[in-house]
Design a protein around this ligand. Structure first.
Ligand code: NOJ
Length: 533
């Protein structure tokens, strides 16, 4: 029994752009693999593990920022967007990574940060040294303060990381001066995209990397660059950290679409290149505007990552993700976690249940049409590390929230590769965040040959997804299913069943291609998913 029409003709995947059904693997370079023993992962570390990534079956890498940075926000504070930080091995290491990844048919996308720079960027230093109203100040968002002596910030905006979004500077003559806007940390001043110099410079950055061979970009805060006229106050400033709604005037202003059109024009000169926007916009129509034919190729849809583990919530997330892109003929994207989000094993309850659910969800995710994003370590079933000592926390959120929010370090703990004790082959030195000794059973080495491991499940699922014709077709049709379960079918014939209830459920007819937990007598256990053909 179906409640949506099937959609016909299998898709010829060879004529589709490569990213249309690609599996992107997100490398958080600081935490992936350290080649030089300084305790911080680097690009040679990534290069050394390309064999692993090939075995895993990923099509593309999304490499989080590695450009020159004082690392006030893990590299999202960029001091030179057209150079690679020595911490990560410099430009040569990037060139080598691109070349060797390409030799293995793996694409490389970089993470660019158009909304802001580091406060150590030469432009910002020039702005501080120049006078109010100068050309140098106009590359950022400087304003006089409100109230007597301009001692109050220009408006009431909070920073996403806590505290005010404005910092007051001291002018060259030593007097208290103007304020500059930073939607994130004070070390991340927002650029003024109304200034054509800013767009011109970003265009140079795009070309610089595309000419070096990168296959595209993840664009940070892609809904944030345009600011509203007059920078009006927020009606209520009660929102918590990261708590955004679609009407938040700090984001999603219509002029941002002109910026994306300009970026797209440049990227279109490199026909295979892709742009993926970080777009925290929930309304389907407004989200869809970002992936119109002349804007971003792809945008992250976070609904699946935000959905609790219930059939109704997961189905709703899928329906809305598809509904957001359908009217503009764009490709859906799926993501369960990233470097800003609590790891899914923990989100789904932790322990054995959390792992079982995370395994079920990756099967569900890989069964969907579109591009899939996997965050490094998810394939090992890593949990969040919620008991990091205060003294090691590095996320600026920790300081900016006055030590009330621990921030995102718990999902950024370095990966365990091999051996029985930390640092599990991640580094020969001391890792920048401690790795829990309990991860001995979760190392790549421990899981690689183990058929039932989460790593093996990922490998098998990705291989089947890449080669089986049952994954063809851009749509899904829902099947009726028992309470607490969901089932859908791809036009190519794949059926995916998720049992989010607390009792075993009967599987529909067909052969089980893969399951996250062994079906018993035709019954799929709770917290499990299966693929049937
Ligand atoms: C979104 C990135 O994913 C996050 O890690 C970063 O802190 C902010 N943008 C600011 O660049």
């Amino acid at each position: 029994m179906t409640d949506a029409p099937a959609v016909a003709a299998p898709v010829d995947r060879t004529t589709q752009p490569w990213w249309r059904s690609a599996v992107f693997y997100q490398v958080y370079p600081r935490s992936f693999a350290d080649s030089n023993g300084d305790g911080v992962g680097d690009l040679r570390g990534v290069r050394d593990k390309l064999g692993y990534l090939e075995l895993l079956g990923v099509n593309a890498l999304w490499v989080c920022p590695v450009m020159r940075s004082p690392m006030a926000d893990g590299g999202y504070d960029v001091a030179d967007p057209r150079d690679i930080d020595e911490l990560f091995g410099g430009l040569t290491a990037m060139d080598d990574l691109i070349a060797e990844a390409h030799a293995r048919q793996i694409k490389v996308t970089m993470d660019l940060v158009p909304n802001h720079t580091s406060d150590q960027h030469p432009w910002f230093r020039e702005a501080l040294a120049a006078a109010p109203g100068s050309r140098e100040r106009d590359r950022y968002i400087f304003h006089d303060g409100r109230g007597p002596d301009g001692a109050e910030p220009p408006n009431n905006w909070p920073s996403i990381f806590g505290g005010p979004a404005w910092t007051r500077i001291t002018e060259q003559d030593g007097t208290p001066g103007q304020w500059y806007l930073h939607l994130f940390a004070r070390e991340q001043p927002d650029l003024n995209w109304d200034n054509p110099e800013v767009a011109d410079d970003f265009e140079q950055t795009l070309r610089f990397w595309l000419d070096r061979g990168v296959d595209g970009f993840r664009l940070d805060v892609a809904h944030g660059m345009a600011k509203p006229d007059g920078l009006p106050d927020l009606p209520a400033v009660a929102s918590g950290l990261f708590a955004l709604d679609d009407d938040d005037v700090r984001f999603n202003n219509p002029a941002v679409h002109d910026i994306h059109r300009r970026i797209r024009k440049v990227v279109d000169e490199y026909p295979d290149a892709v742009t993926i926007g970080e777009v925290w916009v929930t309304d389907n129509t407004r989200f869809g505007e970002y992936v119109r034919a002349d804007e971003l190729h792809l945008a992250f849809n976070f609904r699946l990552a935000e959905a609790p583990f219930t059939a109704a919530a997961v189905r709703d997330a899928i329906d809305n993700s598809l509904a957001a892109v359908g009217p503009v003929f764009a490709v859906p994207t799926w993501t369960l976690s990233n470097h800003d989000i609590e790891r899914e094993v923990t989100r789904y309850g932790g322990g054995a249940v959390g792992v079982a659910r995370a395994r079920a969800m990756i099967l569900l995710e890989l069964a969907l049409p579109g591009a899939v994003f996997i965050y490094n370590g998810a394939e090992l079933g890593l949990p969040n590390v919620d008991d990091l000592p205060d003294s090691v926390l590095q996320d600026p959120v920790w300081e900016r929230s006055g030590h009330t929010e621990r921030g995102r370090d718990g999902c950024r703990v370095p990966l365990p590769w091999e051996g029985a004790a930390p640092p599990f082959g991640f580094s020969t030195g001391s890792p920048w965040l401690p790795i829990p000794p309990e991860w001995a059973g979760l190392t790549v080495e421990a899981q690689l040959e183990e058929l039932d491991s989460t790593l093996s499940l990922y490998r098998m699922a990705m291989e089947l997804r890449a080669v089986r014709p049952e994954f063809d077709g851009d749509r899904i049709e829902w099947y009726g299913s028992p309470a607490g379960c969901l089932a859908f079918r791809r036009p190519g014939g794949l059926v995916c069943v998720l049992n989010a209830s607390d009792t075993p459920t009967s599987l529909p007819p067909g052969d089980v291609l893969l399951a996250s937990a062994l079906p018993d007598g035709g019954q799929l256990p709770p917290n499990a998913a299966a693929w049937l053909v």
